[in-house]
Design a protein around this ligand. Sequence first.
Ligand SMILES: NC(=O)c1ccc[n+]([C@@H]2O[C@H](COP(=O)([O-])OP(=O)(O)OC[C@H]3O[C@@H](n4cnc5c(N)ncnc54)[C@H](OP(=O)(O)O)[C@@H]3O)[C@@H](O)[C@H]2O)c1
Length: 280
Amino acid sequence: MNVVITGASAGIGRAMVRTFARKGNAVLAVARREDRLAALSQEVAKTQDATVHCLALDITSPGAPQILFEEAIRVFGKVHVLINNAGMSPYQEFHELNYGHMCQILFLNIQALTELCHLFMPHMLDHGEPSHVVNVGSVGGYAPLPRFSVYTGSKHYVRIFTNLLYHEYHGSNIQVSALHPGGTLSEFPELAGQRVKEFAQKNMMTPEQVAEKAYPAILKGKRVIVPGAINKLAVLMGKILPFPFAIRVMEFIYDQNLEQTVPTYPIYDPGEKPAIHTKG
Ligand SMILES: NC(=O)c1ccc[n+]([C@@H]2O[C@H](COP(=O)([O-])OP(=O)(O)OC[C@H]3O[C@@H](n4cnc5c(N)ncnc54)[C@H](OP(=O)(O)O)[C@@H]3O)[C@@H](O)[C@H]2O)c1
């Protein structure tokens, strides 16, 4: 299959690239850091009989989803799998959140993901071959995450939107899945401004574990994929506990396991952001 994965330079996205390549799929890996993508492509070329193409692109820049779609068609002709994985959020109360970061959460976690579905799904319907769309949400789509108000809202969007896509395209050649990871040892915690205490790290999944669990579930077309027992428990809690209880439980868990530090995401100024676009 020909697979497009966003957020492929780190964490869960990079692990997905490795997993899909190992199973013999051709991948187009998309993220902003070109050096990271090139290193990943070379690593795969050395060890596996699969090709990883790279596209260095800020998918929130104006016109970027269209650029990504056209590049995928140029490289592959037909695309069978779209994995909307790129996502971000500082770990801060709402008033602390920088305006540029707030826009970035909305543009990346919601707008870019939706636009990419809107571009790739008609193409998949047209070619008619078995296809998959995977949107990466979070357990935060079920359980309320303290100091992540905009992020949690964005992941609720991903969950509901993906459920409805699953329903609309059920029975077509496109299988739609939402992957909802929980705390994962990627770059995310440090970028977000979280120091994860040592004992908590032991209970977190690695990106590789998330990708290994997700791969067979994606191929089966599972509507909801929640990797790991602790994450399943968090989802269950979010479903059954009334909000005032759920948020207190989550605050307790976060306070026991995390310290708030300073987010290290580059600050995006919607007025000045240059479009990054190189291909290889
Ligand atoms: N880690 C967790 O605890 C956790 C928990 C629940 C859900 N998730 C979700 O899982 C997904 C993957 O997260 P992760 O933990 O793997 O995060 P990560 O390690 O921070 O990786 C994020 C990836 O997204 C890319 N990215 C960020 N902004 C981008 C942009 N504007 N354009 C293109 N690429 C962009 C980054 O690459 P560049 O910087 O090179 O662009 C990187 O490859 C996200 O949707 C996240 O919300 C993570």
